[in-house]
Design a protein around this ligand. Structure first.
Ligand code: GDP
Ligand code: CA
Length: 339
């Protein structure tokens, strides 16, 4: 089976551990040599940021570190056994963005990536080279090789009393990491999206897939940004494989992060139903054939089979159970069945 997963960083990476487990692979490290199944992940790159001359790809790296077994699962991001010497020194120099911590081992990744990009390699090639060392078992495809960035329009913080607020645009990372999404967004947009195109193999993977899964990633700044790359949404609509989504919202709240603030910015209710309607039925121009929601949260969405299942990704085994439900639902909704 060829599985394609649309994913962001930490949440999506956890989901991918479950995909590997559901296929009988070890969640960490390479796929078994005998494996006949193949998993490709189309990864959000609109979070990417250049700091101190280094190109940082948080979602690709979260996937790479988590799937290879190098991530710090307790901290929730970055690598295990990290040290922070370089970040501390940079902060002492007053260098870029002291609010964005980079571990020493992590910095090595960014140096290699930035050097290869400077030599002319596209991000997709760089990613393939990095995962040559860190065996992920999953083919990581950046959504695009182009430079796109999520930008958040907000009122300028910390104004002198009595001055009218000026509207400024913050890079997503500054809004999310520095301000922890406390500055109410007027708008969240993806700079450079219209002129971008999918990275090599993205459209081909979608077309050749037997099952397409939408990870329970942030619907706006992970999945939404992937869909903003021209060609990806239409490839999903044309795909012969069933498309199954998983809600990142349980009990009306995200499990981690600020998806609630992101959804409010686009006037979508923070609920499994809100996200389901945002994605929409494939028959109605959306991207879903099936949708997993937490127990007790089902709703009617014409054209989509909505199924209740435990959605907590507490460990790869629990997540694998969830993925098995996706696989079953996919078989039920397969547009190719009976043809
Ligand atoms: P990021 O790029 O690192 O922010 O990660 P993603 O966008 O891939 O995933 C973030 C989303 O994962 C958040 O909106 C969370 O609600 C969701 N999430 C985290 N843990 C779980 C879980 O155990 N179950 C489900 N269903 N969603 C989760
Ligand atoms: Ca992200």
């Amino acid at each position: 089976m060829n599985i394609v997963v649309l994913t962001g960083g930490v949440g999506g990476a956890k989901f991918l551990l479950g995909v590997k487990s559901a296929l009988g692979w070890s969640p960490f490290g390479d796929r078994p040599a005998s494996a006949r199944d193949h998993v490709a992940a189309v990864v959000n790159t609109a979070d990417d940021i250049r700091l101190n001359g280094l190109q940082i790809c948080p979602d690709l790296d979260s996937c790479m570190y988590t799937l290879s077994g190098a991530s710090d699962l307790a901290r929730g991001w970055g690598q295990s056994d990290e040290t922070w010497v370089v970040s501390t020194e940079l902060a002492a120099y007053g260098a870029d963005a002291p609010w964005f911590s980079l571990g020493d081992k992590d910095i090595a990744t960014h140096i290699v990536r930035t050097r290869m990009l400077a030599e002319g390699a596209p991000l997709s090639e760089v990613t393939a080279a990095l995962t040559e060392r860190r065996r992920t078992g999953v083919q990581l495809l950046p959504m695009t090789d182009g430079r796109v960035a999520t930008v958040v329009d907000v009122d300028e913080p910390a104004l002198a009393i009595g001055t009218a607020p000026a509207r400024i645009s913050l890079h997503f990372q500054e809004w999310w990491v520095r301000y922890r999404a406390t500055l109410p967004p007027h708008r969240i947009r993806v700079d450079g999206a219209e002129d971008s195109r999918p990275a090599p193999e993205v459209l081909e993977a979608i077309e050749a897939a037997d099952l397409i899964l939408i990870a329970p990633s942030n619907p706006v700044v992970s999945i939404g940004t992937i869909l903003s790359v021209p060609g990806i949404r239409s490839a999903l609509q044309a795909a012969s494989a069933p498309i199954i989504g998983v809600s990142p919202i349980i009990g009306g709240a995200p499990l981690r992060g600020y998806a609630d603030v992101c959804l409010a910015a686009i006037n979508v209710a923070c609920s499994a139903e809100g996200v389901g309607r945002l994605y929409g039925a494939r028959a109605e121009g959306g991207i879903l054939d099936g949708y997993l929601v937490a127990p007790g949260e089902t709703f009617k969405l014409p054209g989509v089979r909505v199924v209740e299942a435990p959605l907590l990704m507490t460990d790869p085994a629990a997540t694998a159970e969830m993925v098995r439900q996706c696989i079953e639902l996919g078989a039920l909704m397969d547009p190719r069945a009976g043809k």
